[in-house]
Write a protein that binds this ligand. Structure first.
Ligand SMILES: Cc1cc2nc3c(=O)[nH]c(=O)nc-3n(C[C@H](O)[C@H](O)[C@H](O)COP(=O)(O)O)c2cc1C
Ligand code: SF4
Length: 531
């Protein structure tokens, strides 16, 4: 039987992967030859999805993007033997430059395995890290994470080892609470940033890696329970995670006695209700506890008083997903990648107006331009690129003069930008940066949790001020007012939602001043394609 792989992650499904799988099965049942159809996760080469792969003696051969109506032709032209000739033939998957040139540590199994097969996971190096962790005391596990230099991938880039140390050392006694003496691991899978999908892909393509990472975190700090706080817009990830958790429990990797170690670790998925602010860790914890998601005043830090008032590790999916590699290969092996204080790799996510969108996992230090040109292949519209927003909706818009900045937390900070979760959104020369600045203010107004005045009211006033600039009403005065409003948001907000909203606004003003002038070029005001 020939093994054929058709992804079943959200991207491939939205592009018709189920119909492609059905067409394949139907065509083959007619022939009577029989194929073994495996529903893998995506490798993250989204412009080729649905990417159909066939296993051959030389390795897996790829065809894409495949539509159901392509199947008869593909079969006629030797798809099952991995033959070249068909226009959708891409050659050996591992040799596609976009994939071949990556440094995949976290994503090395993505798209390779059946995400819900525990056997596949274990055969491809899974659970080595957990076994090593079980042989160590908590402090040794944390020392390994510290040695790796891993910093939180959710945005703030706080060192993971130091956070874990705080939770390990925390006093969990709370005499009046039913949760006294307990600690928790919370995985932030809210993935609210624009242009980001790497968390989802981890959960849909390699869920056991996240489960393993959380179990190791539990062992490290003495937590017996973990929660994955998942955005409700990810139903496929929800299903796959629940399937994987049930399988891990059945096989003894989760439960009261993890791999007969006497240590308990239980895992549960909790769905968010779809507010951007619920990605902020304290707001997330309120939501997790069944309350309205509103930012809590810090201190106390969640590491000391987090879920249900108990010491809690809150980490992003990618942070926790990096942990099995670190324990299996050693912290130093991870730290060998990267530059400066940004160690290891980051799965960059290329989106927006880009020819080849997808996930590109590379060591920190690559420049934005290399990602945009070598991997992204320029804009999808074919027009020149004008602005690139990195780090989500609260990240700066970067002009071409900054594209040679190496992707490194500190180097980005020096030019007034953020790496954040690694989401990269591209705009061509038809973008109107005044509109983008307005959008940032409007986004803040809509998504504000409402707890503090600068963010709740300031963002609404910000939209009005930008509208007045657009209408050319007292332009100079309003431009000064906008700067002052940004200062107030930055200095007076309780959390980074209000505190970072000035980033996109200021960068638009600073790098694209023409768009804010009365005589701004008309090209920026027309919709794509008309200019
Ligand atoms: C407005 C706002 C939204 C956020 N959204 C997310 C998110 O969607 N996912 C995430 O992991 N972190 C998000 N964060 C960061 C979290 O508050 C927190 O720093 C992170 O979950 C900690 O995990 P890490 O140390 O592994 O990065 C957000 C922060 C803010 C201020
Ligand atoms: S800055 Fe905005 S989101 Fe953050 S606490 Fe204040 S009102 Fe809430």
């Amino acid at each position: 039987m020939v093994k054929v792989f058709v992804p079943r992650d959200t991207t491939a499904l939205s592009l018709g992967a189920n119909q492609v799988a059905e067409a394949l099965e139907q065509a083959e049942s007619g022939q009577g030859t029989g194929i073994q159809l495996i529903r893998n996760g995506s490798r993250g080469l989204f412009w080729l999805e649905p990417l159909v792969e066939v296993e051959t003696d030389q390795g897996r051969v790829a065809y894409g993007p495949v539509a159901p109506e392509d199947i008869p032709d593909l079969l006629d032209q030797g798809l099952l033997e991995g033959k070249p000739g068909h226009p959708l033939y891409q050659g050996l998957t591992e040799e596609i430059p976009y994939l071949k040139n990556q440094q995949r540590l976290t994503f090395r199994r993505a798209g390779v395995i059946d995400p819900t097969s525990l056997d596949d996971y274990v055969h491809q190096g899974g659970y080595v890290g957990l076994r090593k962790a079980l042989a160590r005391i908590p402090q040794e596990i944390i020392d390994e994470v510290k040695a790796s230099g891993l910093r939180g991938r959710g945005g703030a880039a706080f060192p993971a080892g130091i956070k874990w140390q705080t939770v390990l050392d925390a006093d969990a006694r709370s005499p009046n609470s039913p949760y006294s003496n307990r600690k928790f691991i919370v995985c932030n899978a809210d993935e609210g940033d624009s242009g980001t999908f790497a968390d989802r892909l981890v959960m849909e393509a390699d869920p056991f890696m996240l489960i393993e990472g959380m179990t190791i975190a539990g062992l490290a700090v003495g937590a017996d329970t973990g929660f994955i706080y998942l955005r409700s817009e990810y139903p496929v990830a929800h299903k796959i995670l629940n399937e994987a958790i049930a399988t891990a429990e059945e096989a003894g990797y989760l439960g009261n006695d993890v791999l007969k170690s006497g240590k308990a670790f239980h895992l549960e998925v909790r769905l968010g209700a779809g507010a951007y602010i619920c990605g902020e860790e304290t707001s997330l914890l309120d939501s997790l506890e069944g309350k309205r998601g509103q930012v809590r005043v810090k201190p106390p830090l969640p590491a000391l008083k987090g879920a249900f008032g108990q010491p809690t590790v809150v980490n992003n999916v990618l942070t926790l997903a990096a942990v099995p590699f670190i324990l299996a290969e050693g912290g130093q092996a991870y730290a060998d990648y990267g530059m400066g204080r940004s160690r290891g790799t980051l799965p960059f996510q290329l989106t927006g107006n880009i020819e080849r969108g997808g996930v590109v996992e590379l060591a920190f230090g690559i420049t934005l331009r290399e990602l945009l040109e070598d991997y992204g292949g320029g804009t999808a519209s074919g027009r020149p690129m004008r602005a690139v927003q990195v780090g989500g909706p609260l990240g700066a818009y970067m002009p071409e003069s900054q594209w040679d900045t190496p992707l490194d937390y500190e180097a980005f900070s020096e030019v007034g930008a953020v790496v954040g979760h690694g989401g990269i959104v591209v705009f061509d020369d038809t973008v109107d940066m005044l509109e983008q600045a307005r959008f940032a203010m409007e986004f803040c107004a809509v998504e504000s949790c409402g707890k503090c005045t600068p963010c709740r009211i300031g963002s609404t006033r910000g939209v009005e001020v930008i509208d007045r600039i657009h209408a050319n009403e007292q332009r100079d005065d309003n431009l000064i007012l906008l700067e002052e409003l940004c200062d107030t948001l930055e200095d007076g907000s309780l959390c980074a939602m209000g505190g970072m909203t000035p980033n996109p606004v200021r960068s638009a003003l600073q790098h694209f001043p023409d768009d804010f002038h009365q005589d701004r070029p008309t090209a920026y005001r027309t919709t794509a394609g008309e200019a």
